[in-house]
Design a protein around this ligand. Structure first.
Ligand code: ADP
Ligand code: TRP
Length: 331
């Protein structure tokens, strides 16, 4: 057990696809095996875009069930709802006062909105609420509240962890050494995982394979993978095949070598290759899928885990707030 503290947040946005899982979630599940870990469902972070409580609640259960089913180590991990720890609201407010507005102007997601609005010729801040604008401050509070050392995140979140370091630095400059500097941990580059149409797998292209979904849905998705028009007899280049690229993520080395050979030798039709891929993913994910479905049918069990996690998180959070109040308010 390493004594570094790991922390990550999972935004509840529905079932992640294979690309999200490998790029953003697997690293934190791996780190939880041998680190004290704080892992929370970032329900407050969903609020700038989702204004339907039922959806937030449902997606939060899904995110928790998903992380448990994929094997997060609950012995080492406090798994909780972000909104259950009241200290998060306090630290966010405190950090607002040391964070320059200009830092928020540089956030990628805010800048993307401004660019979109500028192109459309409308007010640059159209559709931007303060939840979106101050999103990085809430995220810095998440990271700093629990004295985190390592913050596993997907590539798209790296800037936010850097902002947390900046904000910690502004605070320390004014009030003296208080916060440690967290390090982002970006999942080892598994390359860009292709989607059903061969482009990057992405929600915005509607070409994704959800990580845990019923067998028949998985099969339908895989059968939709776009291929070229080579006949079964023709040899095929596995490195240009989406089927093979995805297979590599789930099969062991011997299986990968065997399928590579069948591609190169010819005699393997795309229909058969898709069936091989489907059977592989289906078998690798069948146990987590069962566990996910079991948990979703027993929300009380998820609640118990989240409540226990929140108790552990609150103990650490309360100490941080005591320290910050003393430094900022003198009480
Ligand atoms: P999407 O493109 O589906 O909207 P996001 O942009 O929300 O996905 O990506 C979140 C994280 O998931 C990224 O930082 C990255 O780590 C990972 N990710 C998403 N798509 C892929 C992909 N096709 N290949 C590898 N990683 C991906
Ligand atoms: N913003 C992250 C995302 O969209 C989720 C998140 C919230 C998070 N707070 C965090 C991740 C703190 C790491 C640390 O995926």
């Amino acid at each position: 057990m390493d004594d570094k503290i790991v922390l990550t947040g999972i935004k509840p946005t529905g079932m992640p696809h294979i690309g999200n899982y490998l790029g953003a979630f697997k690293p934190s599940i791996d780190l939880s095996q041998n680190h004290k870990t704080f892992m929370f469902i970032a329900d407050l972070h969903a609020l700038n875009a989702v204004h339907d409580a039922k959806v937030v609640k449902q997606h939060s259960y899904e995110a928790a069930a998903f992380m448990i089913a994929m094997g997060v180590n609950l012995e080492n991990t406090a798994l909780f709802r972000q909104s259950d720890v009241n200290e998060i609201y306090q630290l966010t407010e405190f950090l607002m006062n040391v964070t320059p507005k200009g830092l928020m102007n540089r956030a990628h997601s805010y800048k993307a909105m401004v660019e979109k609005n500028t192109e459309a010729g409308i007010d640059i801040d159209s559709g931007v609420n303060m939840g979106l604008y101050t999103y990085p401050i809430l995220m810095a509070a998440d990271i700093l509240l629990y004295n985190s050392d390592l913050v596993p995140v997907g590539k798209d979140q790296k800037q936010h962890v850097e902002f947390a370091r900046d904000i910690a630095g502004y605070f320390n400059n004014i009030y003296g050494e208080t916060f440690k500097m967290p390090e982002p941990v970006i999942g080892e580059d598994c390359g860009i995982i292709p989607g059903l149409d061969g482009r990057k797998m992405s929600k915005s292209y509607d070409n994704t394979i959800p990580l845990l979904c019923p067998s028949n849905e998985l099969k339908k998705k895989i059968m939709r993978i776009i291929t070229d028009s080579k006949t079964p007899e023709e040899p095929k280049n596995p490195d240009e095949s989406t089927i093979f690229q995805i297979y590599k993520l789930f099969a062991n080395n011997d299986e990968v070598a065997a399928l590579r050979k069948r591609f190169l030798d010819g005699g393997l039709g795309y229909g058969t290759a898709k069936t091989i891929l489907f059977e592989k993913i289906d078998s690798v994910l069948s146990a987590p899928r069962k566990e996910y479905e079991r948990l979703m049918a027993n929300p009380a069990e998820i609640d118990k885990i989240l409540e226990h996690g929140a108790e552990q998180a609150k103990r650490v959070a309360a100490k941080t707030i005591t320290k910050i109040k003393k430094k900022m308010l003198g009480i």
